[in-house]
Design a binder for this molecule. Structure first.
Ligand code: PAF
Length: 282
């Protein structure tokens, strides 16, 4: 595996790789877990070469968020990627990604409204901007993202279509189902922040979501079903629920009734850690 940190060497390495086949890109912020490695394995099924990127993107963190605390473990991550047969690791520094004078921002409206877009102002501008740059830098044939960040995936697909990026149709951006721990908690780099007690309580999140979904599917009104879900989380030790909403899976529009294409989206805090999840209402 080649680890590349400059745009010049990235260009020549991508040109070389391209001579022997297609490239799938898996963008990450590092602190790799089984969820990321699943993305890498899916990418490997779809292209001749897998490129991964590791860049903790400052533009998607708001003031007071965990940019400084975000786990950085490049050596450990590199070893995991190498073991998965990744051909190229793109690991630029912040000065390479955003050199002095950098002034361009990509803002995707519509699908970025509400949920994390509402709670974390500027977050999806940061995501869209860095992913657009990564696509232009690596020029992949396909890119692979986790469905755990469902709204992020919708933002990236919209951006790629709107800007006619190298990935010419929405299908070239693959979403991979969320990988979960044995107790159902969605894998996330931020789970590492949880104390043992909070980690045990965090398993309430997916369980309570499934229970709320069952109530909605059984015909209960959405608002009381979600109110029960919030109560259950607060009772289990969560300190707050940023949002618990049912939305259309594609438009991300808010739903008060199941339209057959609904997902339940949640963000809740436990011990200072913000956890997100989403599950299909079916
Ligand atoms: O999902 C992530 O890890 C990040 O948001 C991404 C897509 C790598 C952009 O920084």
């Amino acid at each position: 595996m080649q680890t590349i940190t400059t745009l010049e060497s990235l260009r020549s390495s991508v040109d070389e790789l391209r001579k022997t086949g297609s490239i799938a890109l898996v963008p990450t912020m590092g602190a790799l877990h089984q969820g990321h490695l699943t993305l890498i394995r899916e990418a490997a099924k779809l292209a001749d070469h897998v490129a991964a990127s590791i860049f903790v993107n400052p533009r998607q963190f708001g003031p007071g968020e965990d940019l400084d605390a975000y786990p950085r473990q490049l050596a450990e991550d590199s070893a995991k990627l190498e073991a998965e047969g990744v051909a190229l690791l793109w690991a630029p520094g912040a000065e390479t990604m955003y050199p002095q004078g950098y002034s361009t921002n990509i803002s995707v409206s519509g699908v970025s409204s509400g949920l994390c877009g509402g709670d974390r102002p500027g977050h999806f501008d940061g995501v869209a901007t860095v992913v657009c740059k990564l696509f232009n830098q690596v020029r992949p044939d396909i890119a692979v993202f986790g469905e755990k960040d469902w709204q992020q995936l919708a933002v990236i697909r919209r951006m790629a279509r709107d800007l006619d990026l190298v990935l010419p149709n929405g299908d070239a951006i693959l979403g991979v189902p969320t990988v979960r721990e044995a107790d159902g908690l969605a894998m996330s780099s931020r789970n590492a922040y949880l104390s043992a007690k909070d980690r045990a309580a965090a398993a309430t999140l997916p369980r309570a979501m499934q229970e709320a979904i069952a109530r909605i599917v059984d015909g209960q009104e959405v608002a009381p079903a979600l109110a029960m879900l919030e109560d259950e989380l607060l009772g289990a030790g969560f300190t707050s629920v940023d949002y618990a909403e049912m939305r259309d899976a594609d438009s991300i529009g808010l739903l008060n009734a199941n339209n057959g294409n609904a997902r339940l989206f949640i963000a809740a805090r436990i011990g200072g850690t913000r956890l997100i999840d989403n599950i299909a209402v079916e």
